[in-house]
Design a protein around this ligand. Structure first.
Ligand SMILES: [Zn+2]
Length: 109
């Protein structure tokens, strides 16, 4: 089972205490964007076998959204951080690099 820690209130719980909200760090396109950009925003999602960054909400707790970096194969959680963060914190990226040398997820590595 996936175990997550909410960075807002510090509670650690099983994934049933939280609600998955899809991929994190999505670049949003609004009015004025072209069809390809908008299509990409709506439908082109990462589905890696390995390191992934996701949005989660602490449903049965504080209700705050946050991001989690985890391995989709092993369910290892590399860390969680506030949803307002534009990119994964360096200590989380370093932790991922230690486990998966040469990993890459979009512009993060
Ligand atoms: Zn919380």
């Amino acid at each position: 089972m996936l175990i997550l820690t909410c960075p807002s209130c510090g509670v650690t719980g099983e994934e049933t205490e939280f609600h998955a909200g899809g991929e994190a760090h999505i670049k949003r396109f609004g009015p004025g964007s072209d069809d390809d950009q908008f299509h990409s925003y709506l439908f082109a999602k990462e589905n890696p076998k390995g390191v992934h960054f996701e949005r989660w909400r602490h449903n049965n707790g504080c209700g705050k959204w946050f991001h989690a970096a985890r391995d989709t194969m092993t369910l290892e959680v590399f860390g969680t951080y506030p949803a307002q963060t534009l990119e994964p914190p360096k200590q989380i990226r370093d932790k991922i690099t230690a486990k998966h040398p040469g990993w890459k997820w979009r512009e993060f590595s």
